[in-house]
Design a protein around this ligand. Sequence first.
Ligand code: CIR
Length: 263
Amino acid sequence: MKAIMQALVRRPSKNFAQALSEHPEATSINFQKAQQQHAAYCEALQTAGLTVEVLEPLDAFPDSVFIEDNAVILEGRAVLCSMKAVSRQGEVSFLAEALQSRLPVLRLQAPVFIDGGDIMQTDDTLYVGQSQRTSAEAIEALQSLTSKQVVPVRVKQGLHLKTSVSTLGKHLLVINPSHIETEPFRKFKWIEVDEEEAYAANCLTVGNNVILPAGFLKLEQRIQQQGFKTLPVEMSEFQKADGGVTCLSLLTHHPIPQTAHEF
Ligand code: CIR
């Protein structure tokens, strides 16, 4: 078996409308629309060249579609997150079940708190958001698990670090500098999002493809000008639950077992 880059996704819970959210339109979340948007997102992952494995919904966990937050894939191991949001803590064991046959799985415990949305990985560094969900203790815990440098980044506004910064590779970021500390990123070039396009600062790069929310045309054009192909996806229902494009998948590099259900 050869190593393939795989995206693990989880279908939305039928209780997705009860997801945690501070978005003003949270009460208008439409579950059927979320299901359609999720299917289209999976197609975009495939178009970008990923093998997509779809996990069954966890109806008891409204936020479980945001699978990125459950674990960090670090040097061939899955590090399960210790999640601060009480309603999300049970999600992690279900992901452990799905992962343990394929790669070593470790689990972080309180007083370390961490959500995967706060981790941005580059070739040599792990940038870790210090947000309402990720504690200072997470820095030391992660440093003990990786040879990469672990760098804390203050999150001033927004849920997670990656709500406001994404790596496109090639030393290039998309960033919303008013929501996070920028000093840790001084060695990068970046595209600054306009305030009215802040939601699109969370985008997902796979090779030369960038998946981003549809309707953020200025940013899309600026990403294209850097030589990337853009794959816009409708995200309205996930935006209402404070989630972005990276939150909906967990990317892993490992051999795909014959039994994996492919999208
Ligand atoms: C939450 O509050 O946990 C979810 N409603 C949104 C999580 C978004 N995840 C992410 O940014 N990685």
